[in-house]
Design a protein. Structure first.
Length: 86
């Protein structure tokens, strides 16, 4: 893992966005990454709690987030949204 990008275990469900959100520390600065809850469950072909699904697939999702951060895929609010496509 690149030490310039770290992912503390601080994920949460955002009810208003219907998304799992998680923090990334990029060169000491905090960013927020997110993935739509339904898209997350579809991606891993499962049902149930999106937050549990995120925890079970954390490493893969963090790798995707790291690539998105390196390629500057932030939205207008500075968030990195992961795609359900993989």
């Amino acid at each position: 893992m690149n030490q310039a990008i770290q992912f503390p275990e601080r994920e949460w469900w955002d009810e208003s966005l219907q998304a799992v959100c998680f923090s990334a520390l990029v060169n000491g600065f905090q960013m927020v990454c997110a993935i739509d809850g339904e898209a997350l469950l579809r991606r891993f072909t499962t049902t149930g709690d999106p937050l549990v699904c995120f925890c079970l697939n954390r490493w893969e999702l963090e790798e995707d987030a790291e690539l998105a951060i390196k390629h500057h895929k932030e939205d207008a609010q500075g968030w990195v949204w992961l795609s359900s496509d993989k």
